[in-house]
Write a protein that binds this ligand. Structure first.
Ligand code: HAM
Length: 413
């Protein structure tokens, strides 16, 4: 153990795991291309104000989870807790939506939230973010959910469920909020201390509180889906019809509210039976007021984020890791052979072959053991005798057959 260890909630992604990360990231890029989404890389640091305004002052994220500090010039900045607000800022600042056509974007990278670390919850975690700006219709909602489901299906994720709800709009939500607040106030004493506090600031959050007593209260209270205005109701009906048309299974969850304030209308999460308490692999929804909230024009938006740590946790349960099998392992058996061995390995690598080697001291037995552990198909042995003849001895690790090959003519390797 070194004297200085990693910061709590910040994890190394070790080489054996990196393979699964590449698989997920490659799949994300492949689908982005097939669905017509371009990459937007936004900074890890933004002005604190962006998240306070975008995500909402009364959310857990902004209230207690942000890594916020003053930089050397006294500006208040925050490590991004999510990517949507930053992407909206970048779209507005760089006029990406000026063409009038919807802008389809994705972003991959780390996010930071000061939460209590546990399985599936870290302080630095990674997301695949997909966002579309400039389309308010329900078909794009279905496209975005279809992209998410295709991503999870093609990565062969088992036991995933799409949960869907509508959170209404500026027309219907205020009335619902009032109705809900007055209902919850009448049951105030049955709510947990957190929800008693939330009641005034963010009553919708009570609906998805995990406490049993709060759930029991919420079950008997009004729900957003039953209080939608005709436009929101039609929007939701069109999204569900499209999902059915695309054969995407979903479940309406009237208690789904999401933890960020910018959502309007469609909200969704994907849960997995393979995770523990933190069972949301992905979450997203529509945020038609966000760009306006940030001082921009009325630019509607919809998107989602997949939590890559949670995705990888499941992939670890269902996928066997395939080690990279070297075509050759170069076993240098005498100090004079080090230079020629390195030169041969380099030539073969330039040819596109996978070559492992060690340039430290070691005898034949330990070299063969190492080649075996790496799963190398063939071992190139290079000692004083071989050097004298400008040859190498090549051993097929499966058949154990050996033959000599030229050190300077690499065409037969
Ligand atoms: P979110 O629900 O806060 O939404 O996060 C999305 C996903 O990120 C979660 O479902 C989870 O898989 C993962 N996640 C969140 N916090 C952690 C954590 N501390 N450790 C590990 N994984 C975590 C958003 O972030 C929205 N920006 C999504 C969105 C995009 N909505 C519209 N567009």
């Amino acid at each position: 153990m070194p004297e200085i260890t990693a910061v709590r909630g910040f994890k190394d992604i070790l080489p054996d795991q990196a393979q699964l990360w590449c698989l997920a990231e490659d799949k994300a890029r492949d689908l982005a291309r097939r669905f017509g989404y371009s990459e937007l890389r936004v900074p890890l640091l933004e002005r604190t104000e962006l998240f306070a305004r975008g995500i909402g002052e009364a959310t857990d994220i902004v209230e207690k989870e942000m890594y916020t500090f003053e930089d050397r010039s006294g500006d208040k900045i925050t490590l991004r807790p999510e990517a949507t607000a930053g992407m909206a800022r970048a779209v507005l600042e760089n006029n990406l939506a000026q063409t009038g056509s919807p802008v389809r974007l994705f972003c991959l990278g780390p996010m930071f939230r000061y939460e209590r670390p546990q399985k599936g919850r870290q302080r630095q975690f990674h997301q695949l973010d997909v966002e579309v700006f400039g389309d308010e219709g329900p078909f794009i909602d279905a496209e975005v959910i279809a992209l998410l489901c295709t991503f999870l299906t093609e990565l062969e994720l088992p036991e995933v469920r799409v949960e869907l709800n509508s959170l209404g709009c500026g027309q219907c939500r205020p009335a619902f909020r009032e109705k809900l607040t007055s209902f919850l106030t009448s049951r105030r004493s049955d709510l947990c201390p957190d929800c008693q506090r939330r009641l005034l600031l963010n009553p919708l959050r009570v609906l998805d509180c995990k406490t049993e007593t709060c759930q029991a209260v919420a079950l008997n209270g009004p729900d957003m889906a039953g209080n939608l205005c005709p436009d929101c109701r039609a929007h939701l009906a069109s999204v569900t019809a499209s999902l059915e048309n695309l054969n995407i299974p979903y479940r309406i969850n009237k208690r789904l509210v999401r933890g960020l304030d910018y959502y309007t209308r469609t909200a969704f999460e994907v849960h997995s039976g393979r995770l523990g308490a933190q069972n949301a692999v992905a979450g997203g929804g529509r945020y038609d007021g966000l760009c306006r909230q940030l001082g921009g024009p009325d630019l509607p938006g919809i998107g989602f984020a997949v939590g890559l740590e949670r995705l990888i946790l499941i992939m670890n349960q269902t996928r066997a890791l395939k080690p990279h099998i070297p075509d050759y392992y170069v076993a240098v058996l005498s100090p004079e052979a080090l230079g020629p061995g390195l030169a041969l390995a380099h030539k073969l690598r330039l040819k596109g072959l996978t070559v492992s080697a060690d340039w430290t001291a070691g005898g034949l037995k330990s070299r063969l053991k190492r080649a075996d552990r790496l799963g190398a198909k063939k071992v190139i042995m290079l000692g004083t005798d071989e050097l004298a003849q400008n040859m190498a001895t090549v051993r097929n690790m499966e058949t154990k057959e050996q033959h000599t090959m030229s050190l300077t003519d690499h065409s037969a390797y």
